[in-house]
Design a protein around this ligand. Structure first.
Ligand SMILES: [Zn+2]
Length: 220
C-alpha cells in the first residue's frame, strides 16, 4: 500500500466581527483566520504542524482576504457616527468662541448638525451640547476624519464650521483659532483655509490686499 502524505496550509477561524470591506464597498461580517501548515494523509489534514504562519481577515460576503490591520479602519457606520459627533463638537466650539446667544449663529450650528445626519437636532439639543461638550474632545473626533475624509469632505467640514462663525459677522480672532486648529488637524494649509472661509456664504469678499475694487474694471 502506498501512503500519500504531505503538508497543506489551512485556515482556522479564530474570531469574527464587522468591518468595512473595500471590495464590497460596505460594512460586512468577517472571520479572522489563522493560517497553519497541516500534515495530510491521502490529502486529508490530520494535525497542525508548526506555528501559525499568518493571519488574515476574510469577508464572509465576497471572500476577499485582507491583512489584519484592515480592522483598524472604522466601519462606515462608525465613521458616519464619528462625523456626526465631530460636526456637533466643532459647531459648539465655534459658537462658544463667539456669541453663544446670537440667533443666526445658533441656527447655523443646528443646520450643521442636521446636515451631518443628526436629523432631529434642535436648539434645545444645542443648549445641552453647549453645557455638556468639552471642546478639547474635538481633537479626538478629528483624528479619524483626517484619515478617512476626502479633500472635498474636509473642505465641506471646515465650511460647515465657518458658517457658524460667520453667521454673526466676520470671524473674531478666537473664531479664527477654532478654524485654524481644525484645519491643522485635518492637514489643510493656512492658505487653503482662507480660501474655504472666503468662499463660504457670508464670508469676507475674495479681494486680496492691493487688488483694486471689482467695480473699477475698465469698460464695466
Ligand atoms: Zn466583501
Amino acid at each position: 500500500m502506498i501512503l500519500i502524505f504531505g503538508f497543506r496550509a489551512r485556515a482556522k477561524n479564530v474570531g469574527h466581527g464587522e468591518f468595512f470591506c473595500a471590495h464590497c464597498g460596505a460594512d460586512r461580517s468577517y472571520v479572522l483566520q489563522h493560517i497553519r501548515r497541516w500534515f495530510t494523509l491521502f490529502f486529508i489534514p490530520i494535525f497542525p504542524a508548526g506555528r501559525v504562519l499568518g493571519e488574515q481577515v476574510k469577508c464572509t460576503t465576497c471572500g476577499s482576504a485582507y491583512r489584519p490591520d484592515v480592522l483598524n479602519a472604522p466601519t462606515s457606520a462608525a465613521f458616519s457616527e464619528n462625523l456626526r459627533g465631530a460636526t456637533r463638537v466643532a459647531a459648539v466650539a465655534m459658537l462658544a468662541a463667539g456669541d453663544v446667544r446670537n440667533e443666526a449663529a445658533r441656527t447655523a450650528a443646528v443646520d450643521a448638525a442636521r446636515r451631518a445626519g443628526s436629523g432631529s437636532y434642535d436648539d434645545s439639543w444645542l443648549a445641552n451640547d453647549l453645557s455638556a461638550i468639552d471642546a478639547s474632545q474635538l481633537e479626538m473626533y478629528l483624528v479619524p476624519l483626517a484619515q478617512g475624509l476626502s479633500l472635498p469632505g474636509k473642505e465641506s467640514f471646515v465650511e460647515q464650521v465657518a458658517r457658524v462663525g460667520l453667521a454673526d459677522g466676520a470671524l473674531s480672532p478666537a473664531e479664527s483659532r477654532v478654524i485654524e486648529s481644525i484645519g491643522a488637524q485635518l492637514g489643510l494649509s493656512a492658505a487653503h483655509l482662507r480660501g474655504i472661509v472666503v468662499s463660504t456664504p457670508g464670508g469676507p469678499p475674495a479681494v486680496a490686499p492691493g487688488d483694486g475694487p471689482p467695480e473699477s474694471t475698465p469698460g464695466g
